[in-house]
Design a protein around this ligand. Structure first.
Ligand code: 5AD
Ligand code: SF4
Length: 474
């Protein structure tokens, strides 16, 4: 999932700054107050909504004020070393707060770092009271009671082959009321050699179709206009029903029938099993957005093999070609890793040339960060010097920024329908929203409200944003 990503939920790239914390903002009620802070991918944001639901169900209140909380939970990311360092710095601050002002404060570490480090976290991070892995959130109330009763840390990092939290109605604390995440599967069986996600999130399992459709219907009834369907690899989605199997293309099709006003996006899609049927759903259903996040990771076939991605450069380029044929105007984004083990200058150049060929509208670009226990950590040497990794990453970022700018410039004069998400970050006088192809547009506020579809004409741009003139409600 796009970091707030990627093929992990972390391919769930998730989609802005993957490593930026997201905070719960809900009214506080109930007895003990819980403050929840989320790092990493979109899947973590979605998981925090499950955590909020479990706690609220068990009589806890939710607060967005860490200073007023009785319990502080940090939902963590382990995808790269710097994501973990960020969490450790935050834990340091919270520890200081606990020691100085509130010795009774319960401090919990949830998610991927909890799963990766388990009891070791308790030695490394003093004063942590809870360590809870991504499949153990139903146990949170028990674990909190246990930590309170015994004064000892409580740990549950059991991974499950079944847990999908299918019957839990997430508490939507990102209440822009327009756009919501819906998790459809958990875990990953792909074992890309660089990636820690299969170890922190366990085996792949899919949530039943009926529960996904119900959740989407409820969102529509509550006024939501967009869902982003989440999984580490949504293309592996499978649900057996009355002898027939629903795959991801079929699921997407069924979600698209719920309401023509509901836009549908998804993340993340592994290129190895992005099917023609899925591309046809994009082509046929107007409300399935004209956008695919299709992480390539690298542009060289030998590197892709070392990464255990199971496709070649040529197969990936063929898929892109098919996508562009079947879904004219399709917008693509990707994840790219610079400086993976043994990468030569020539191999790095293959990544640059692939980017030139595909011309992604957007990319999430990372320096390789060795993760303990992965295949790469065990079998390969992390031998590209730091300064070479940095330089290669800079070249990748600069190339992408030029391609994004060119792609945005080509939009000048074009009309788009955007879904208004709220006021722009820079000015209260401007609204912002995304086009079908996932480009951010800003335009004059007029009397538009968030959640409305507005037709705009692009007049200018930067590499990240379209500047547009509103033409009216769509
Ligand atoms: N180092 C750098 N980037 C990584 N990713 C996953 N593991 C690593 C790693 N060890 C990136 C991949 C993935 C995205 C979510 O994070 O590009 O698609
Ligand atoms: Fe994505 Fe591969 Fe990691 Fe699975 S193992 S989450 S497919 S990068």
């Amino acid at each position: 999932m796009q970091p707030q990503s990627s093929d992990s939920l972390v391919d769930i790239p998730i989609l802005e700054d993957l490593d930026a914390p997201k905070q719960v903002s809900v009214t506080s009620d109930g007895k003990q107050q819980v403050y929840l802070e989320t790092y990493g991918c979109q899947m973590n944001v979605s998981d925090s909504e499950i955590v909020a639901a479990v706690l609220r169900e068990n009589g806890y209140g939710l607060t967005h004020d860490a200073d007023a909380a009785d319990v502080v939970l940090i939902n963590t990311c382990a995808i790269r070393e710097n994501a973990e360092q960020k969490v450790r710095r935050r834990l340091g601050e919270l520890r200081a707060q606990k020691t100085k002002y509130n010795p009774d404060l319960k401090l919990g570490v949830l998610g991927c770092m909890a799963e990766r480090l388990r009891e070791k976290l308790l030695d490394q991070e003093k004063l942590v009271d809870l360590v809870v892995g991504p499949d153990a959130y139903r146990d949170l109330p028990n674990l909190l009671n246990e930590a309170t009763d015994t004064g000892q840390a409580a740990v549950n990092v059991q991974l499950s082959k079944e847990e999908t939290y299918q019957d839990i109605q997430p508490v939507r604390y990102d209440t822009n009321g327009v756009s919501a995440f819906v998790s459809i599967m958990r875990g990953c069986d792909n074992m890309c050699s660089f990636c820690v996600v299969p170890f922190t999130r366990g085996r792949e399992r899919s949530r039943p179709v009926a529960s996904i459709l119900d959740e989407c219907k409820t969102l529509v009834e509550s006024g939501y206009k967009e869902v982003t369907v989440l999984g580490q690899n949504v293309n592996s989605y499978r649900d057996g029903q009355n002898g027939s199997t629903v795959d991801f293309a079929e699921l997407l099709y069924r979600i698209s029938l719920i309401s023509p006003d509901l836009r549908i996006r998804y993340s993340t899609s592994h290129p190895k099993d992005c099917s023609e049927a899925l591309l046809h759903v994009h082509a046929e259903r107007d409300n399935v957005c004209n956008y695919i996040h299709l992480p390539v990771q690298h542009g060289n076939t030998d590197m892709l093999q070392r990464m255990r991605r199971t496709y070649s450069r040529e197969q990936y380029l063929d898929l892109v070609e098919r996508a562009k044929q079947i879904v004219p105007g399709i917008s693509l984004s990707t994840d790219i890793i610079a400086g993976f083990c043994d990468e030569t200058e020539e191999e790095h150049k293959d990544t640059l040339s692939l980017m030139e060929l595909v011309r992604y509208d957007h990319a999430y670009m990372f320096m390789y960060s060795e993760r303990p226990d992965t295949y790469a950590a065990r079998k390969y040497e992390d031998n590209v010097p730091e300064e070479v990794k940095k330089r290669r990453l800079t070249e990748i970022i600069q190339l992408q920024s030029g391609i994004s700018l060119e792609s945005n410039r080509a939009e000048i004069g074009n009309e788009h329908v955007v879904l208004v998400e709220g006021t722009s970050r820079r000015s209260e006088e401007q609204m912002s929203g995304r086009t079908d192809s996932n480009k951010m547009a800003v335009f004059d506020r007029m009397d538009f409200e968030k959640g409305e579809y507005v037709r705009v004409k692009v007049t200018d741009c930067t590499s990240a944003t379209l500047i547009a003139e509103p033409l009216g409600r769509a």
